[in-house]
Design a protein around this ligand. Sequence first.
Ligand SMILES: [Zn+2]
Length: 98
Amino acid sequence: MLAEITSVLGIAKAAIDIGKEAKGLLPDGEDKSNIEAKLIQTEKELAIAEAATAKELGYELCKCTFPPQIMLFIKELNVSRCPKCHHTTSKKGHVSYG
Ligand SMILES: [Zn+2]
């Protein structure tokens, strides 16, 4: 099930990228603004879905932004680190700064 969700998320991301490229071809105006707003909203919803999936997969989430950042594991340090604010989580679950 998770594999399917991850695959759908990838397809959705590709669709958003296509939308962004298509938007770039439009002349400035109301249509472009509407499409831009929809793309931003869709991207946000996708990020929420991505974060939820990451949590299901056992990833730590950083709450420095919403949607949350997905913390990536750093093998050498045995911690997860937020790509945005660089907070780290030790294996005890303690959050440290810097
Ligand atoms: Zn963070």
